[in-house]
Ligand binder design. Structure first.
Ligand code: ZN
Length: 594
């Protein structure tokens, strides 16, 4: 368990800090943002940057606006023209996701084929779920696939692999949802560039989609033509970072961050978050004499149109500083939305689970449920081994979503205005915003002031052990993960002993304790969240626990025994096993085991 509020040095200071957090300025900022369409690297977004920096300057808060050149894709519309067997034609207007391939003026014409695919059922699978068996036994080569759901990267990859000529997604609602379909996280590099989408994709709304599917089912469609247009190129985007220097250990810092760019007005996603970050900067600056570590507050561009390009550029450019000195990262996306009164589906790396629950309980009186962060949001720091908490914060109760007939979306507190033209001022809720600002304030304040970092590393070890048990079940007696399990057990024992000693020790001894905690947590986070290793980026696809092992186990169990495939997979499995044992032992050694 994380220490209770009263055990923290500066509890009085924390109460004073939380007491100054208010929605007065944020509410003004949210209204101002409703005037700006904030596409990455555009004039509208620049106005939002000015709104932030004008205030930072006024308050005397040091800040920098970086202007990196990043690979950005701005959708510029899509149509689907349906030619019926009687010669009549109807053109449906829709959208296309960022990084889909523009069709050119001629468009892509083909035979339409309807695939049975479902919309993702919850916020955690929405970003990563593929098509399952929707393609099984279907002849789709050279045809235009028509299917339900959102054009997320795993689905685009499945369709591309199947050889379709183009895809038409039908939205689960009466509005189309904007989005992005590349699996490449941030700017492409030599390792990832080849994964860029090669498919043209349109998305139409539910009524139009229902009509199209009806025509296909009735054998009434002779052909469909998809037209899409996008402006995809390297362009400058603004990355705004303010720093409030700590009074005790200024070289150590907490990174609290969110995206400034948006789809349309983007009030719930993410003007509310931008305003929250600004309020945190203001109040932290006001209380900086009581702030032990530094806090960096970052507003990214390139989130929506560059697959987290801004935060990834920051992770690349300041990677060494981050890996050495960043205590934890805290993501702020879509707080303070209408009807969002519960903390469920919250994201945290396992060592910050108990901590985050304690803060939410202390600040709001509410319980919180969370889990392993999906490979989404601006969690661009996992390959640096950095612990993280929060992504989305509050969300509406399932009963409220059901009452409104809402389907799962990836933000706006569960409001289906998410990524549509309806994400306007009515999506923000002032009371919920005030509560969420205090949650973010509490999390950041405690991370910045905790004498001993509130990392429950035994919990992180147990989380890994649990995954290993699942994987061993999948492997049966074909491969033994016992050595990894033993390393995990040894680590859990070391972490428990270390934490018991650390919490009883003099806070003045904290510095060295924290260095060990941080190094051990880097090892565990790197092992549990990154397959590609330090300083790289995982794709925007499902990244399972212990991804290196998971990938090898999956390939191994899917290959017939004694086959070439099994031999190849077994080689990867041996290497992944070694890496896992080594990381756990290294982490254990940091905490005093031999
Ligand atoms: Zn967002």
């Amino acid at each position: 368990m994380a220490p209770a509020m009263t055990e923290w040095r500066g509890g009085e200071a924390e109460r004073a800090f939380l007491g100054t957090l208010s929605t007065a300025m944020p509410w003004e900022v949210i209204h101002e943002f409703s005037n700006y369409v904030r596409e990455s690297g555009t004039e509208g977004e620049q106005q939002a940057v000015d709104a932030i920096t004008r205030r930072l300057t006024e308050w005397g808060i040091p800040h920098t606006v970086h202007h990196p050149r990043c690979f950005i894709s701005l959708p510029r519309g899509a149509t689907v023209t349906v030619t019926l067997t009687d010669g009549a034609a109807r053109t449906l207007t829709g959208t296309t996701p960022a990084f889909a391939v523009p069709t050119g003026d001629a468009g892509i014409t083909g035979q339409a084929v309807h695939l049975e695919a479902a919309h993702a059922t919850n916020v955690n699978t929405i970003f990563t779920s593929g098509l399952g068996n929707a393609l099984e036994g279907r002849d789709v080569v050279g045809k235009i696939a028509v299917l339900n759901g959102l054009p997320m990267p795993a689905r685009i990859a499945d369709l591309t692999h199947a050889g379709v000529a183009a895809a038409i997604f039908t939205s689960p609602g009466t509005n189309v949802h904007e989005g992005i379909c590349t699996p490449i996280w941030g700017a492409p590099d030599l390792e990832t560039a080849g994964a860029a989408p090669t498919l043209s994709v349109a998305e139409i709304n539910k009524p139009d989609g229902a009509w199209l599917k009806e025509q296909i089912a009735g054998g009434m469609v002779r052909a469909v033509t998809v037209h899409t247009n996008l402006d995809t190129r390297w362009r400058e985007i603004p990355v705004t970072v303010a720093e409030i220097r700590g009074a005790t250990a200024p070289e150590e810092f907490v990174l609290v961050h969110g995206h400034l760019d948006a789809w349309g007005e983007g009030i719930g996603d993410n003007a509310t978050g931008d305003a929250t970050l600004l309020e945190l900067a203001r109040a932290l600056h006001e209380h900086r004499h009581n702030l032990a570590r530094s806090v960096r507050v970052a507003w990214w561009s390139g989130h929506s149109h560059g697959r987290y390009a801004g935060s990834t550029w920051y992770a690349d450019t300041f990677g060494l500083d981050l890996i050495e000195h960043c205590i934890a990262q805290v993501n702020c996306d879509s707080p303070g939305c209408r009807w969002a009164t519960e903390y469920r589906d919250v994201s945290w790396t396992p060592e910050l689970g108990a901590f985050t629950q304690a803060v939410i309980r202390d600040v709001t009186g509410l319980p919180a449920q969370g889990e392993r962060p999906p490979r989404a949001g601006d969690y661009s720091f996992s390959n640096l081994g950095i612990s993280g908490t929060l992504m989305l914060s509050s969300t509406m109760p399932q009963a409220v979503a059901d009452e409104h007939g809402y389907y799962a979306v990836g933000g706006c507190g569960g409001n289906i205005a998410w990524h549509t033209v309806d994400d306007t001022l009515e999506i923000a809720d002032r009371d919920n915003l005030e509560r969420d600002i205090k949650v973010y304030g509490g999390v950041v304040w405690r991370l910045a002031n905790a004498p001993v970092l509130p990392f429950d590393l035994a919990a992180a070890g147990k989380d890994i052990k649990e995954s290993l048990n699942h994987y061993q079940q999948a492997l049966g007696d074909r491969f033994d993960l016992g050595e990894v399990g033993a390393a995990a057990d040894a680590f859990i024992a070391a972490a428990s002993a270390f934490m018991a000693k650390a919490s009883a020790s003099d806070p003045a001894a904290g510095k060295e304790t924290n260095t060990h905690l941080l190094r051990a947590s880097r090892e565990l986070t790197g092992l549990n969240f990154a397959q590609r290793g330090w300083f790289r980026q995982e794709p925007a696809l499902d990244v399972p626990a212990l991804p290196d092992l998971a990938a090898a186990i999956r390939a191994f169990t899917e290959s017939p025994e004694e086959s070439h495939g099994a031999g190849v997979a077994r080689t990867s499995l041996l290497r992944a096993r070694n890496r896992a044992v080594w990381a756990l032992r290294e982490a254990g050694r940091e905490l005093g085991t031999t």
